[in-house]
Design a protein around this ligand. Structure first.
Ligand code: FAD
Length: 430
């Protein structure tokens, strides 16, 4: 019997496995390979997350930053940067990291999971059956859709791939009347173009004509011809996948946890898929450690995981919404109308308000466990802030509210005092 069995060896599953192994748990992964090749763009903070998780081979597989052009709302191209991840290479590097850490990865497809209070039985396609005390569901968007969930507008991405001569790498994104397209070229000549549309789009042809349809859409784009030239105008290999934003209502049970896309999958426009997967996976070892070693705090640990998953989901959903709203040429097109108002009208960042600071008890990560501490709830940090580089904020806010702030600040070392004063100013303290 394995202590913890992880289903899925994507970035989320791999990060949880390494974290649990460090805590002394017996860990095993079971995963099949992704069935399609893709390229994804990530920011520096994803690389930082990989470093933090100890996924050094995966980190090394990312290409150096390359230029990314953005053509949105009919405005000239703005240029920034992103790092391109060749997913088959990245996924193989994740497994190298696991192997190097001595963690077993079974290559198999999970067919069925039977769960009960005393553990889990997982049936694999080769007929083998595995048992585990604790299960981590990290099969990404392929994880079974059990339980309630919140779904964004139904969205479909069509990914095309072809090969050209080696050249300078780069990527671009452009808005279209009925969706948007992201495209990338790797230095070895592999080219990718991905169009994202409403899944119910009425003018989509039947499946066997989709590759021609995509080639025709590429022909209409000046950005495509700039990035790829004529080679992009032929029909190319095609893979269709859902990119609907999904949040599961239950991200954990007493002996299981969902992480990464299996807990919440965001719209690819937010550009944060891998970042959110790593975020939920990096906190998971402390949650699982608490569930297994301090079961009396199970409710607290599960609340911690759930609240953070939900918070992250809404933050990225609103990030996507605001980026959709920047495109204003087609306000009556259902694609843009729905996405520029979903999930709600709440601002991405609430305005600071010193009068609304309050102290509450809430779950936090302390070392390798989830504990309850006094945190400060702010307009922009509804989950609360426990400390600022080691200085607890609840006593400071209590002192502020009692008119004794000067006294509380005087008790801090100069460096800590400066940081706290900066934080108070950011909260609207004058
Ligand atoms: P995954 O990476 O999906 O890993 C799940 C693993 O489980 C896979 O190895 C899979 O083969 C395995 N698995 C699945 N089912 C089974 C089974 N039954 N048995 C065994 N194994 C199984 N994110 C970005 O950061 N940048 C981007 O540019 C970007 N572009 C995207 C474009 C699209 C169209 C979509 C849909 C997503 C995009 N993402 C992007 C999101 C990103 O792909 C995911 O957020 C991220 O890979 C999730 O990591 P994960 O570990 O949770 O799941």
């Amino acid at each position: 019997m394995t202590d913890v069995l992880i289903l899925g060896a994507g970035p989320a599953g791999a990060a949880v496995a390494l974290g649990l192994q460090r805590l002394g748990f017996g860990v095993r992964l079971v995963s099949e390979w992704r069935r399609f090749a893709a390229v994804e763009g990530v920011s520096q903070r994803v690389l930082e997350g990989l470093r933090q998780a100890g996924l050094s081979q995966a980190l090394a597989s990312a290409a150096a930053p390359s230029p990314r052009r953005v053509q949105w709302n009919g405005e000239g191209q703005s240029i920034n940067q992103e790092c391109l991840l060749d997913r088959p290479r990245f996924d193989a590097a994740l497994r190298d990291d696991l192997r190097q850490a001595g963690i077993e990865v079974l290559e198999a497809r999970v067919l069925k999971v039977e769960s009960g209070d005393s553990g889990h039985r997982v049936q694999l396609d080769g007929g083998e059956v595995l048992s585990a005390d604790f299960l981590v569901e990290a099969r990404g968007r392929s994880a079974p859709l059990a339980g309630g969930r919140l779904r964004g507008p139904e969205t479909l991405s069509l990914l095309n791939q072809w090969r050209d001569a080696p050249g300078r790498p780069g990527s671009a994104v452009e808005s279209l009347p009925d969706g948007w397209a992201w495209m990338a070229r790797l230095d070895d000549g592999r080219c990718y173009w991905q169009i994202t549309l409403d899944a119910a789009a009425r003018d989509l042809p039947p499946r066997d004509l989709l590759a021609d349809y995509c080639a025709q859409r590429r022909r209409q784009s000046s950005l495509v011809s700039e990035l790829f030239g004529d080679a992009a105008l032929q029909a190319a290999s095609l893979h269709a996948r859902s990119s609907t934003a999904i949040l599961f209502h239950e991200a954990s049970g007493p002996n299981w946890l969902r992480v990464g896309d299996a807990a919440m999958a965001v719209d690819p426009l937010s550009g944060n898929g891998i970042f959110q997967s790593l975020s939920s996976a990096l906190q998971a070892p402390a949650v699982i450690n608490t569930l297994l070693r301090n079961p009396e705090r199970a409710e607290l640990a599960r609340r911690f995981h759930q609240r953070r998953v939900e918070h992250l989901f809404h933050r990225f959903a609103r990030t996507g919404r605001d980026f959709y709203a920047l495109e204003q040429r087609w306000p009556d097109q259902p694609f843009w109308r729905e996405r520029s108002t979903w999930p709600d009208a709440e601002p991405l960042h609430a305005e600071a308000d010193i009068g609304r600071l309050r102290v509450e008890r809430a779950p936090v990560i302390q070392g390798d466990l989830i504990e309850e501490r006094e945190v400060v709830i702010t307009a922009d940090q509804p989950l609360g802030v426990w400390h600022l580089d080691g200085t607890e904020l609840a006593p400071i806010v209590r002192a502020l509210q009692a008119g004794r702030l000067g006294e509380a600040l005087a008790g801090l070392a100069p460096e800590a005092r400066r940081k706290v004063q900066g934080w108070l100013l950011a909260q609207g303290y004058r």
